[in-house]
Design a protein around this ligand. Structure first.
Ligand SMILES: [Zn+2]
Ligand SMILES: [Zn+2]
Length: 444
């Protein structure tokens, strides 16, 4: 049995939970549809040739599951799957792999200071949005994770574009993840893909890599030195273009950074095709700049993070309060996210058991190595922006990418060793570098 039926001729859903089937505008709908189904039955028309299919679980899974209607003696209306295997689709619990993903998403979200829940039904007018795992992100961002694994139908999930659009329209950013390359190649939503892994690997805390669906944008000038062809024609147009390049990202980072709004979905037209993938918010901002004016290299805009002095005493315990869903971006007191500065004479008693040796500290309390690396990355990027020569730019771009990767790795290490939120460490690092004058503890 199922409660949602799809009428293939009328092209409407019939919600058997409701007396009017969810269509107040069509009184007598049940009598009409049920009467027709009975007549088909009396005439020996096979169930598959009638007009009713499962409109819920089976349809979502990309399966045409024929149904017929029946009226119980107690007046209860029911829709019945013709085939046992369709029925089972409703009762079989989700696969271990699927569950492992749901748990991993929730764990990654919570570690990033966000909240979430699985199997969430959001009522929208007469219908609803069913979300595998919903993460409540920063500034009211809601990320709706849909995980589609090998167990789904070969056709793949149906009406993905419509379902994704509906979610978007109702304030949920759809995030579809799969382990199938055929789904990942589709352009109906921003698919991400990991390798096909067993549940116990997905459930582990180790690295889970996203191998497609995330890209970095390469911004370049369309002159005779350019390596890419002009997307607008044969000749060099001397304007600037953006070219997306695949880049791996860790699944947990993807979960947290989408929730933080630091990785965002984007649409990118090439020829007649709209590609859909994820990029950083910085790339998104630059892409928007480029779309409004492609005669200049779009500058890298830094988010304005107001930093202010704290009168609190520095604390030795970097305990992070979980930000509430309503105001997750609320500024944490600066001293709360500082790495502890160990008093010089107590070096023998490690404050943080995870830290083997105390790294040299910048006056801000962050490891000096981290600040230096970020500074180097910023310098490299600045130099890149000032270069005009194609080959020099290529070399410099590589320098910048290498240093940036080193920064990312160092941030991850530091955040892990101190039990801090990685996103907060990044934010703090940006504050320290770009607004050094407002940092408490900076020598005058
Ligand atoms: Zn069904
Ligand atoms: Zn061009």
């Amino acid at each position: 049995m199922a409660n949602i039926v799809w009428h293939t001729k009328l092209r409407i859903h019939l919600d058997l939970n409701q007396d009017d089937l969810g269509h107040a505008e069509h009184p007598g709908l049940w009598d009409m549809v049920y009467g027709m189904d009975r007549m088909y039955g009396d005439r020996g028309v096979p169930v598959a040739d009638r007009d009713l299919q499962c409109g819920g679980v089976c349809r979502d899974a990309g399966v045409d599951a024929p149904m017929y209607l029946r009226l119980r003696a107690n007046g209860r209306r029911e829709a019945v799957h013709e085939r046992r295997e369709d029925e089972e689709r409703h009762i079989v619990p989700v696969s271990d792999e699927h569950k492992a993903y749901q748990e991993r998403i929730l764990r990654a979200a919570v570690e990033g200071g966000f909240q979430g829940d699985s199997e969430v039904r959001t009522r929208v007018g007469r219908s609803w949005i069913q979300t595998d795992t919903l993460v409540e992100g920063a500034d009211g961002l809601r990320i709706g994770w849909e995980v589609q694994l090998s167990s789904a139908g070969t056709e793949g999930p149906r009406s993905v574009r419509a379902r994704a659009a509906k979610a978007e329209k109702n304030g949920i950013t759809p995030a579809w993840h799969t382990d199938r390359s055929d789904y990942a190649r589709r352009n109906d939503t921003q698919w991400t893909r990991s390798d096909n892994l067993p549940a116990y690997v997905i459930a582990r805390t180790g690295d889970l890599r996203v191998v497609s669906g995330f890209r970095v944008l390469d911004f370049w000038r369309c002159d005779i030195h350019a390596v890419y062809a002009c997307p607008d024609g044969v000749r060099r147009c001397d304007r600037f273009h953006a070219t997306p390049k695949p880049r791996d990202v860790l699944f947990d980072d993807l979960v947290r950074r989408t929730a933080a709004g630091a990785i965002v979905p984007v649409q990118f037209r090439v020829g007649g095709t709209t590609h859909r993938f994820w990029i950083t918010d910085t790339d998104r901002d630059r892409l928007e700049d480029l779309r409004s004016d492609d005669t200049h290299l779009p500058p890298v805009r830094e988010p304005e993070v107001p930093a202010h002095a704290s009168r609190n005493r520095p604390t030795c315990k970097p305990s992070l309060p979980a930000p509430s869903a309503a105001a997750p971006e609320a500024e944490l007191p600066a001293t709360r996210i500082l790495a502890p500065a160990p008093p010089a004479d107590t070096q023998t008693a490690p404050v943080q058991p995870l830290v083997v040796a105390h790294p040299a500290l910048h006056p801000s309390g962050l490891p000096a190595e981290l600040v230096e690396l970020q500074q180097a990355a910023d310098d490299a990027r600045l130099q890149l922006e000032q270069l005009a020569d194609h080959e020099e730019r290529d070399q410099q771009r590589q320098v910048w990418l290498d240093v940036s990767e080193a920064v990312q790795a160092a941030v991850t290490r530091h955040a892990r060793s101190q039990g801090l939120n990685r996103y907060d460490v990044e934010k703090r690092l940006r504050q320290v570098i770009r607004h050094p004058e407002t940092q408490p503890g900076t020598p005058l």
